[in-house]
Design a protein around this ligand. Structure first.
Ligand code: SF4
Ligand code: SF4
Length: 425
């Protein structure tokens, strides 16, 4: 991954045209120059020139970016804004260190499955002390201000047993059998593993229904995207290396994930983090070439067909996760898959690819701003008239549930794979 000093020419490509302003979710809410890509690129350039130091104001504008990439896709000069902002965060983190609470999670928990599983068991027992059920039954509300959580925030309950610890998942640890169609190794990611094991189970079911055999390698780590967004590149790199080794050993035809962010992490970030070693980079590129999002695998590789049973009508709208639509170019595949769900009628919302406000750690860096962005999303979802909003990223699911709850919009949020069967999510 390039350091800030190596991105000088990328910064110089910005001609300050301002095209990126119209598409930026933070500019839509704040409306100031420092809250769009043009302003942020200018600030980073000034930081490199010594014109601005590590002031609170500089850090605030840098950390209020969701790293959604909307500016990059709109930029007529092809400025890699996300690379610039990520490198600036890295530079700052190398000077200031990782925030204490985040460093505990990244270094001691996410990188180590065993410790995390023990911590999860304890946290599941204790969560009633810190949280209460939200009235709508869609999550938990914090009783008082907590590190990284704040107060009054809707959070998903921790799974009583993590996905990787479920007996039916543990029994799928070995190599997938290549005699029974293509072999697929499933990458869970933290969201599915610790918060939404049911999404993982539905994913395995769909892949099997499509005629492939699935393995779930144990020992897989976080994809590294949260640490990358915080600028903690050393931790992100160690996670990438661990996943490289685990998925090489799995030796499957495909690696599949049902998390848009993890998919981007495996397809792009892993090779970039390991680029300091040509040998590791080449191995990471092989992993990337095998990696598919669940909708991409089912539609493009396995020719998935739904059961086709008549069911009650479900009006569904779809939110494009930034890491799937923009980062992986997958917009049609999740929609095609959705339409195969029994009874599903797809009704598009306005601007479905507008960021939900979660990305880049914004829900931790500035929760109120992330919720103001989510409120715009909630308005579009409400206007669609749908009963469900489906998406393809556990992080977006968490953010959309919180945003809809705050806005008083009664629309259920689920993963695309949860609408492939008759049961209601
Ligand atoms: S659209 Fe591109 S060139 Fe124009 S101001 Fe934004 S980043 Fe700079
Ligand atoms: S990455 Fe997204 S939030 Fe950040 S400046 Fe670009 S459009 Fe705005």
């Amino acid at each position: 991954m390039k350091k800030l000093l190596e991105l000088r020419s990328e910064i110089d490509k910005c001609v300050r045209c301002g095209t990126c302003r119209s598409t930026c979710p933070t500019f839509k809410v704040i409306g100031r120059e420092t809250s769009c890509a043009r302003g942020r690129v200018t600030l980073v350039a000034e930081y490199m020139n010594g014109g601005v130091g590590l002031s609170e104001t500089f850090l605030k504008h840098l950390k209020e970016c969701t790293l959604c990439g909307a500016c990059r896709s709109k930029c007529p000069n092809g400025v890699d804004t996300v690379a610039i902002f990520a490198a600036a965060r890295r530079d700052v983190t190398e000077k200031q260190g990782v925030p204490f609470a985040a460093s505990i999670i990244f270094k001691n928990l996410l990188a180590s499955g065993g410790i995390m599983s023990l911590g999860l068991k304890l946290a599941t027992r204790l969560q009633g002390l810190f949280f209460r059920d939200a009235s709508a039954g869609v999550g938990l509300l914090s009783r008082f201000s907590l590190p990284l959580v704040g107060s009054g925030r809707l959070v998903p309950p921790l799974a009583p047993t993590s996905f990787l610890d479920l007996p039916e998942v543990k029994s799928a640890e070995g190599k997938a059998d290549k005699k029974d169609g293509p072999s697929v190794a499933f990458y869970a990611g933290c969201g599915i593993n610790y918060l939404m094991p049911e999404v993982g189970l539905k994913s395995l079911e769909a892949v099997r229904r499509a005629g492939a055999s699935v393995s779930v390698p144990q020992g897989q780590a976080c994809c590294g995207m949260p640490a990358y967004a915080m600028g903690d590149i050393a931790t992100a790199r160690s996670m990438a290396l661990k996943n490289l080794e685990v998925f090489e050993a799995a030796d499957a035809d495909f690696i599949v994930t049902s998390c848009a962010t993890c998919g981007h992490g495996l397809k792009s970030l892993m090779a970039s983090l390991l680029a300091d070693s040509p040998e590791l980079k080449a191995r990471a590129e092989k992993i990337a070439a095998k990696t598919r999002d669940i909708s991409e695998l089912l539609i493009k590789e396995l020719g998935f067909k739904a059961k086709g049973r008549v069911a009650e009508r479900r009006v569904v709208t779809y939110h494009d996760p930034c890491h799937l639509g923009r980062a992986q170019g997958l917009r049609e595949e999740p929609r095609e898959l959705l339409k195969m769900g029994p009874g599903v009628v797809l009704k598009e919302m306005k601007n479905p690819c507008l960021c939900c406000g979660l990305g880049g750690g914004l829900m931790y860096n500035n929760y109120e701003l992330s919720m103001e962005i989510a409120a715009k999303k909630a308005e579009n979802i409400k206007k669609s008239g749908a009963e469900f909003v489906a998406t393809a990223c556990p992080g977006c699911i968490v953010q959309l549930r919180d945003g809809l709850h705050r806005s008083g919009v009664d629309v259920k949020v689920c993963h695309v794979v949860e609408l492939l069967s008759e049961e209601k999510p």
